[in-house]
Structure formats: C-alpha cells, structure tokens
Design a protein around this ligand. Sequence first.
Ligand SMILES: [Zn+2]
Length: 220
Amino acid sequence: MSPFPQQLIDGYRTFRSQRLPTEQSRYRELSERGQSPEVMVIGCCDSRVSPEVIFDAGPGELFVVRNVANLVPVYAPDGGAHGVSAALEYAVNALRVKHVVVLGHALCGGIRAFIDNIEPLSPGDFIGRWMSMFIKPGEKVEQRDHETMADFTVRIEKAAVFRSLENLMTFPFVRTPVARGELSLHGAYFGVAEGSLFVLDSAAKQFRSVGESQRIGSSE
Ligand SMILES: [Zn+2]
C-alpha cells in the first residue's frame, strides 16, 4: 500500500503551524457549543471550486455538500439512500440554516459529460444516472442556432443552478420555512479562470457579477 500522500501531511503541518494558532479558540468553542452555521452551500466536487476558499470561510461558518454538477434531486421519500437530501434535512431541520446557496461553476466536467453524452465510465454509469435527474421527462437540452459551444455550456451550467433551486422547493421542509421567510434560497456561479463570482438575481432570473465595490443583494 502506498503511503498517505505527502502533500496532505505537509498541508496539515502548515495548517497546524499557521492557521490553527489563530483559530484554536474558535475550534474549541465549536467543539463545546457545536456548530451553528447560517449558510448551507451545495457545490460541485470540482477541485477548483471550494466554497470555503471562494467565500473565505472559517471553521463552523459553512455547511457544505458537494456532488457532481451541484445538483439537488427532487424530493423522493422512497426509502432510497439520498445523500444530498440527508444533508439538506440536517441543515434545515437541525441546524436551522438561514440560507441555502447553490454554487454552479464554469468548466464543469459533470455538465460537459452530460452535454457530450459521454460513454459510461463504468458499467454502473453513475455519472449518467446522476446527471439524468437534471432533465425533466420530455425535456431536451440542445444547442441553439448560432450559439457557440462555450455559450451553450455556460447556459447549461447556469441551468443546473436553476434546476437545483427548483428541486429544493419540492422538499416540504424547505418550502415551509421559505414561505415563512425563515429560509432563503440563492444561486451563484463561479468563473474559474478569473475567480469571478456571479449571484443570481432571482427576480430578473439573471446572474449578476459581484464586483469588489458592489454589495451582494443590492438591487441595480
Ligand atoms: Zn462541476
């Protein structure tokens, strides 16, 4: 068996010597009082899109679930093992988070696999099955006339955020606190190359760039 990756040992040592001393009291407090994050983030597994890095979050601040293409399934109390639904149930009903953010991103491999309709990577075709929840029965995802492949890909990456937000509202334990104003749902999109962040203006159904001077949530 090969040894534990050295880069992780080195990274932990850096964490221990640099970050831990400044955060030790916070870790102690979190261990005694438990976590109480106000924000849940549903993001992609992509190694370039770490919510804690993008939002500069410390320990205890974000409750994160990541999966291929940041998808939320439709509410399905069918006895199956649903990882995202379990995390969502805990975040909303136990932690009482105030916000759920679906974080999409550019250059998403899951979306690309879906668009290109790639051959299954294993006999189980787990990616294919997972991505198929993105499509509603009878729905077609096609490149539009005069739409470049790049534009088409971005449109579908953003559509994945819309679909996940839509699916979130199929959960009764999400719908109720949203209706009461106790929980808010948000969409965001991260541009990997520029490190740019776009936040969904749900009224306009458009993603707006978050500039350095711009306040998130301010209406334009
Ligand atoms: Zn992705």
